[in-house]
Design a binder for this molecule. Sequence first.
Ligand SMILES: *Cc1c(COP(=O)(O)O)cnc(C)c1O
Length: 403
Amino acid sequence: MIQLENTVTKDLLAEAEKSLLFTARRPELVMERGEGMFLWDTEGKRYLDFIGGWAVNSLGHSPAALQTALARQASTLVHASPGFHNKAMIEFAGLLTGVSGMDKVFFASSGAEANESAIKLARKHGAVNLNGAYEIITLTNSFHGRTLATMSATGKPQWKELFAPKVDGFNHVPINDLDACFAAVTNDTCAIMLELVQGEGGVNAVSESYLYGLRKICDMYGILLIFDEIQTGMGRTGRMFAYEHYGIKPDVLTLGKGIGAGFPLSAMLTSEKYDLFEPGEQGGTYCGAPLAMAAGHAVLQELLERNLAANAKVQGEYIRKGLLELSGQYPITAVRGKGLLLAFNVQGGAASELAAECLREGLLVNAPGPSTIRLVPPLIVEQRDIDEMLSILGKAFGKLKLA
Ligand SMILES: *Cc1c(COP(=O)(O)O)cnc(C)c1O
């Protein structure tokens, strides 16, 4: 446990315990401020951030581009009602469809909402074009969100019995097993939905031949191929979208996390021919709200102008090289991932212990599984940040006597 000298922090933690609904075990500290690659807690302790708000803070903390865009939009128009077009929404829609190579976009606030939207669009396609087909094939160990439908789509084994009864119509198959997917397709299937690199599942990528096979299955049966790029999109993997690594385009693409760089924003994109919703079937109070649109627009412009996808590729390779060097001394295995969505294994369940030791040393890394450490730093990360990260990581390994 961290010793708390400062009563302000102690009081805040007591208030948190008293008034916040318990949903997560969190360390005994309170974050207060962020800048670039760093966060500071209420004790003034600095943390080098290789979690990046869970792959969200693509431009680092409190980026100037976001500050300016939000301030400007806030003084112009904050909310206009979803019943009207607004200028910021139209401008951002034009830019995002152009950059993504998709025709149409629907905006929402969270990744789960974007995926809900994709699920509804797939069912609409089934209703209109496939004699009422409604089943969606998703992958084991996938993660698609925490609403009831996206939890049902998610392939986490520990969620299987949770909040029963689940939303019906999801069929889970193992990753990179084309025969299993092919066997799961029935007359009721309207879509296949997957992450190209499973993020929460431990950073596992789909193979090229598998994805090529899925595209063929979808074309053959007229079912939708949905890529959940909520974690892999917006430059994270070293290309603007992970699908560019494979040269295979989806029918539906969902984006979240890095798209708002911290401002709540998500998107579902599709092609002209799946522009299928009737008025009233899909929408939401905050869908396309001006502040979020201004944020998204500024973030995408910044990603493009600074070519941060290319930086993700370069720095990702530098991290891999560093991890491979460290693996000579410490039990680091299975270094994997693309760009700045990286992970490695540590021996027998020591991941959360290692992450906790890093936290004490002022480094934020994430342990999505008992033996997996994931690194998803802001896309602005530089070599000196990586050198510091590797040095703290080595220290933490040494301290835990994991060798
Ligand atoms: C985080 C994530 C989601 C859910 O996004 P929220 O904004 O938490 O609702 C969905 N899919 C993937 C791949 C994610 O990484």
